[in-house]
Write a protein of this length. Structure first.
Length: 130
């Protein structure tokens, strides 16, 4: 998988590919069903284990480990998603600024709005490719 922008044009790492795969699988309904089945199987295991402390320790340990790993994967996926969205927003703002610059020749009142847009978004003043 590659990003479409030249700035983001790179092959993603093995961990990123794993995070994408795991995120796609854990966000499906069957993952919830598997988790529910584990809890349903765990509940009557009290009669096999004999002590409530061991019984609770097992489910607490399993859920803590799974939660810890899923949070790490979620953070990775969210960071990459945020980066792509921010890049797209910057491209839209840059395109809008270029359009406003072209229209400002006919409508001088757009000059102030263009300066405000560039200041608000942090766009550099540059020459358009057109």
């Amino acid at each position: 998988m590659q990003f479409s922008s030249p700035k983001f044009r790179r092959t993603i790492s093995v961990f990123d590919r794993f995070a994408i795969y795991a995120g796609a699988r854990t966000s499906q309904g069957w993952f919830f069903v598997v988790c529910t089945v584990i809890v349903v199987l765990w509940a009557p295991s009290f009669f096999l284990l004999g002590t409530i402390d061991t019984w609770q320790l097992i489910i607490n340990t399993v859920t803590t480990i799974v939660t810890f790993l899923l949070v790490a994967l979620l953070q990775n996926t969210q960071k990459r998603s945020d980066d792509v969205v921010q890049h797209k927003l910057n491209a839209i703002a840059d395109g809008l600024a270029d359009l406003m610059k072209q229209l400002a020749q006919q409508h001088p009142e757009l000059d102030k709005a263009l300066r405000e847009l560039r200041l608000a978004v942090g766009l550099e003043d540059h020459e358009s490719a057109s």
